[in-house]
Design a protein around this ligand. Structure first.
Ligand code: GDP
Ligand code: IMO
Ligand code: MG
Length: 450
């Protein structure tokens, strides 16, 4: 009862969602690592090892695909929620790498409801991309989309099955013949051997068993105690299956947007008090699909390679496409996610530009001005961005640790983004290291709605 009463206190913050506001790689891992100190649980709620979250702190540099970025705080509980698609071999490898580098995984738990990325999923992912030809999505090829497709088709295999040899055998006896027909007859891919798949997955299940729990119980108990829980998003709103630039999106169910967070961890929307939206100070995208402000010129190249951390995809090593800040797309994502608190990352990458552009509207081929995101990727691929140009600051921000220290023109740039997006920027990140941030407001504390 005490927990329930505590949840109603005005200054109390039980669950906070952190989402990417653009096309992914906004710095979610880096920001979770920065703010996780104030939470007792950090939980991933969606996607799979298509995500790549970089964290640099006093333990070193890490690339996380599935494990939540709160893992570097020894006493915090980290949860891979039911909404995450897990490739067991990749997750085990990640756990072993973390352990071997001195990161404790003692408080890491994986939901027994997670869906498993099985060997046929990456095969189908790559084959589908080939079949799509010029319309290829540019997926990460990790089998994440096909795994979620099977989840929705109700032919998935879950973590609870993987760690239970009898359940796994029974499930495979039904699913594998079905999948083998699809592989052979639709894609011309040789069938997978039942005994091999069973033996390999029994072994993987046995190694994962110590981590597997009904994680919803852990989360519900923490909420009852009045603990704060951080829900870590993957990807970004513009890659979301519903809100994003369909069909050039990712296939996570639950969605990568804030709306998916409760479902992917097993809590109701009423518990979520704050949605932190992370935005880069400019735009990037990996893979195909429309990107109105993309720069294919020297400016784009500078954004891509000349910042302190080049724009290279964390998971696949592909170069990220780059462009000026798109306030139309970013405002749309703030609205779709109910963002209450904004974070601006990689501001330092803009330090050497004498002038900087912000896209404030799109113009369609037939001369119409759009202030909102069109649903069609075809329409979006043909719009011309309308820019306003602001003066750069030509000074290093990476050394700034307070709002006052920021150059005036950098402050004006941030203020303009706040105005265009309709959200406050509460954290400004000026470098990849844990301390390279300006915290204007603690995003784990409720503030009065304005
Ligand atoms: P995520 O997927 O949203 O967690 O982001 P990624 O880790 O894939 O990509 C973000 C990249 O930007 C990583 O290389 C980070 O180390 C780096 N990064 C994060 N914040 C900053 C920042 O403020 N400045 C610079 N220069 N790099 C940053
Ligand atoms: P984080 O969490 C950037 C992109 C892929 C491709 C599309 C579909 O690090 O921000 P998929 O393999 O998911 O079916 O590919 O989505 N994509 C990402 N881009 N960051 C990510 O994750 C991404 N996860 C998927 O490049 O365009
Ligand atoms: Mg990433």
């Amino acid at each position: 009862m005490a927990g329930r009463l505590a949840r109603m206190r005005p200054n109390f913050m039980p669950a906070v969602v952190v989402i990417g506001g653009q096309w992914g790689d906004e710095g979610k891992g880096r920001i979770i690592d920065l703010i996780a100190q104030g939470a007792s649980i950090v939980a991933r709620y969606s996607a799979g090892n298509n995500a790549g979250h970089t964290v640099i702190n006093d333990m070193g540099e890490f690339k996380l695909n599935v494990v939540p970025a709160g893992i570097f705080y020894r006493e915090k509980t980290c949860i891979v929620g039911n909404g995450v698609a897990v490739d067991p071999a990749i997750l085990l490898n990640e756990i072993e790498t973390l352990s071997s580098r001195g990161v404790s995984v003692e408080h890491l738990f994986i939901s027994d409801r997670c869906h498993i990325i099985m060997p046929w999923h990456p095969l189908i992912d790559l084959a589908d991309e080939k079949l799509r030809g010029d319309a290829a999505i540019g997926t990460t090829g990790r089998g994440v989309g096909p795994c979620f497709t099977d989840k929705v088709a109700r032919i998935g295999i879950r973590m609870g099955d993987l760690v239970d040899p009898e359940a796994l055998r029974a499930r495979l006896e039904f699913v594998l013949p079905y999948k083998n027909k699809v592989l052979e007859q639709l894609y011309g891919i040789p069938a997978l051997d039942f005994d091999t798949v069973l033996a390999e997955h029994n072994a993987l299940g046995a190694r994962l068993l110590p981590f597997v729990r009904d994680t919803s119980i852990i989360v519900h108990d923490a909420l009852e105690k009045g603990d704060t829980i951080l829900l870590e998003g993957a990807q970004g709103c513009l890659l979301d299956l519903d809100a994003g630039t369909y069909e050039y999106v990712t296939s996570s169910v639950p969605s990568s947007s804030a709306g998916g967070a409760g479902i992917g961890i097993g809590i109701g929307p009423t518990v979520i008090q704050q949605v932190v939206g992370i935005y880069k100070a400019y735009m990037t995208r990996v893979g195909n699909g429309p990107m109105p402000t993309e720069l294919l010129d020297e400016t784009g190249r500078i954004l891509q390679v000349e910042g302190p951390r080049p724009e290279i995809g964390t998971t696949t090593g592909r170069k990220r496409r780059t462009g000026w800040f798109d306030a139309v797309a970013s405002r749309y994502s703030a609205l779709c996610n109910g963002v209450t608190s904004g974070v601006l990352t990689r501001l330092d990458v803009l330090d050497n530009f004498p002038s900087i552009k912000i896209c404030t509207a799109y113009e369609t081929e037939d001369g119409r001005r759009l202030q909102s995101m069109p649903a069609s990727s075809v329409v979006l691929s043909k719009v011309t961005p309308i820019y306003e140009e602001v003066e750069g600051w030509l000074a290093p921000t990476s050394v700034c640790r307070s709002w006052e220290e920021l150059p005036e023109n950098a402050k004006s740039y941030i203020r303009r983004i706040e105005e265009l997006l309709g959200i406050p920027i509460d954290i400004v990140s000026v470098g990849p290291e844990r301390d390279q941030a300006i915290i204007v407001h603690d995003v784990l504390k409720v503030k009065p709605r304005t």
